[in-house]
Design a protein around this ligand. Structure first.
Ligand code: SAH
Ligand code: SF4
Length: 387
């Protein structure tokens, strides 16, 4: 999918005052090198300069060129003249009673996206968005009720991690691996949007998040969740190599057609065939099947049995997600004893079936509840004004 509405820096005139500076966040190494050469850095030096910049940007979190103290003054001035490393503005930050944090970020064009940080005992997971809205309309998902506004740029995807790291005070002066001290240990592409409909940008962003000179989070700690965009699943496996989660949600095409309408394009059989061929599939790199528990829709014992039969032979775990209701939703969360009975059938068939504890419910941060908040905020500020 093209990104027609994203800012196109190339077409912006470059006068000294009128210039919109190129943001370096999210540029691949190769593109960063080219940009440096364009502003006069010698070709022979560009690779090393790009490396230095990456360290300052992604390992130390420096937000202005002045702070890049091992670079010569001349070079810093050139950078300052042409580039920025600006992050999106945090419009609102909410902290749940369970410690989850939701960030509402304003990106170019005045659009808003959400990212959620979920702290756990041994890890901290950052859930990030890939699009403003979504073109798909899974019937149980709040994001699905909002039309796609635009794809995020690679920089905007990476910036969500940067902003959360800023807020969690995660930058340290000493470089190197920081797992153990890090607050964000895992990244999941489970926020707003379908990541595989913004494939190139998501790929470039994740390659930076994974890079040892970049944000340096292992590919095995990154999970991309897709509703089942079959052709791009293959590419993602080859080019990104992160873990995969699939929004499965129903064991028959009839029900999945309704819940996850992309099923009409790539049905269960086609999807499963693709998953069986996902690279590096093994017991240590299993596919996660996400399964939202909807009362009387997809939660019977027969559904559970059908599900395990379908996925037989695929190294997998099944993540049961109690439905998170949102204003105006037409579904009801399955009862807890139903969820437990469903989980037991899956367990007995030899699959792990963790039930995802809803987090950040008080701040509407749980799975599937993210929606561009501009409308919500406008409404709530109207209310405040009336009071
Ligand atoms: N578009 C991608 C990733 C974003 S959604 C995808 O569909 O996979 C992340 C997960 O939350 C998906 O499994 C999605 O189906 C699930 N989800 C969406 N709305 C939900 C809701 N209201 N309650 C529980 N899970 C939901
Ligand atoms: Fe889009 Fe995923 Fe929501 Fe479906 S579940 S509407 S693909 S964000």
């Amino acid at each position: 999918m093209t990104d027609a509405l994203a800012p196109d820096f190339k077409t912006v005139p470059r006068g000294p005052d009128l210039a919109i500076k190129q943001n370096l966040l999210g540029l691949t190494r190769a593109v960063l090198r080219e940009k440096l050469i364009e502003v006069g850095i010698a070709e022979k030096q560009a690779k090393m300069r790009a490396s230095q910049l990456w360290q300052w940007i992604y390992q130390k979190g420096v937000q202005d060129f002045d702070g890049m103290t091992n670079l010569s003054k001349d070079f810093r001035e050139t950078l300052e003249q042409h580039f920025t490393v600006e992050r999106p503005e945090i419009v609102e930050k909410q902290i749940s009673i369970d410690g989850a944090r939701k960030y509402l970020l304003r990106i170019a064009g005045g659009h808003e996206v959400e990212a959620v940080y979920i702290p756990d005992e041994n890890r901290g997971t950052l859930c990030i968005s890939s699009q403003v809205g979504c073109t798909l309309n899974c019937t149980f998902c709040h994001t699905g009720t909002q039309k796609l506004v635009r794809n995020l740029t690679a920089g905007e995807v990476v910036a969500q991690v940067m902003v959360a790291r800023d807020d969690l005070d995660e930058w340290h002066s000493d470089p190197g691996p920081q797992i153990g001290r890090r607050k964000i240990t895992n990244v999941v592409l489970m926020g707003m949007g379908e990541p595989l409909y913004n494939y190139e940008n998501v790929r470039d962003a994740m390659l930076i998040v994974m890079d040892n000179e970049g944000i340096s989070i292992s590919r095995r700690r990154i999970t991309l969740s897709t509703s089942g965009v079959v052709p791009e699943i293959v590419r993602a496996g080859e080019e990104i190599g992160c873990l995969l989660a699939v929004s499965f949600h129903a064991p028959t095409n009839g029900v999945r057609d309704v819940l996850v309408p992309i099923n009409k394009k790539w049905n269960i059989e086609v999807l499963l065939e693709t998953l069986r061929n996902y690279p590096r599939l093994s017991n240590s790199e299993r596919i996660t099947f996400e399964y939202v528990m909807l009362k009387d829709v997809n939660d019977s014992d027969a559904d559970a049995r059908r599900l395990v039969k379908l996925i037989s032979g695929i190294p997998a775990k099944i993540n049961l997600i109690p439905f998170n209701p949102w204003p105006g939703s037409n579904y009801v969360r399955s009862d807890w004893d139903r969820i437990e009975a469903f989980a037991e059938i899956i367990n007995e068939a030899g699959y792990a079936s963790p039930v995802r504890t809803p987090r950040g419910e008080d701040i509407m941060a749980a799975c599937g509840q993210l929606k561009s908040a501009s409308q919500k905020i406008r409404k709530s500020s109207l209310k405040r004004e009336k009071i």
